[in-house]
Design a protein around this ligand. Sequence first.
Ligand code: UTP
Length: 306
Amino acid sequence: MSKVKKAIIPAAGLGTRFLPATKAMAKEMLPIVDKPTIQFIVEEARASGIEDILIVTGKAKRPIEDHFDSNLELEMNLKEKGKTDLLQMVEETTGLNLHFIRQSHPLGLGHAVLQAKSFVGNEPFVVMLGDDLMSDDIPLTKQLINNYDSIHASTIAVMEVPEEDVSKYGIINPGEEVQKDLYNVKNFVEKPSQKDAPSNLAIIGRYLLTPEIFEVLEKQKPGAGGEIQLTDAIDTLNKTQRVFAHKFTGIRYDVGDKFGYMKTSIEYGLEHPQIKDDLKDLIIELGAKLSKEDEKKAKKEVKKDK
Ligand code: UTP
């Protein structure tokens, strides 16, 4: 059985939830404090033993390619000024086994993954969504790879979401739990209504897939939202070979959504050595200010009622 060594990071979506910031810039380049989101994903891949990464880019591809390329002028400048810590930080983004391919039209996640067919060849691989950050003791991608080493089958990461949010996700219809947090899947449904959803276990941004998915994707018709959906292809794959779901119990950060982005920035900021103390003070100050305002509002309401 082949080892999982390749990852695909789709980063060619339109990012409409984050307009106008994403008009000329990929949302995957939005910084969390001082690091572009996609760099966290690349770091997760490397920490999981991935050796080769293909980034699927769209119109705004240049900044992504440039970010992972060397910048000699900047490096010389930092070296001359003796800023070795900054230099090291910049150098960490280069020298990786990164490849790029263009998805000329954003026809959907399934279509983005299909662009990686010849890069992947006949090996199992992972798909890591460029706008989803996962935090856990063991990186989620590594958890999926560990599963693969024992079950040798496609495994999709899922997590429980509130019932009212199921229509935003691909949802699984789980079968039996074959081992802790690992489920057989009866079927997959993309963005079901709350009443039709078979569970509240939602597909999140990490997938481990066998290469047979490409044969399915080549024939895949557009589904929800008129897009070629990866979920639909996985549902078809599950009819010919078993696909499992691994329940993630860490924290997921949806950076492609405005509120999700703010939350991520604050939580990561509270861990950042340079700003965590000031940020904590600011949050305490704002908390006190907001509760004073709430008190005032409540008093006014009471007066009105009298
Ligand atoms: P999303 O559905 O979150 O991306 O896709 P989107 O379409 O850019 O988002 P909104 O809803 O308009 O804000 C999940 C991931 O798949 C990539 C996106 O870049 C994102 O990382 N994607 C999506 C592609 O690479 N190509 C596509 O055609 C669609």
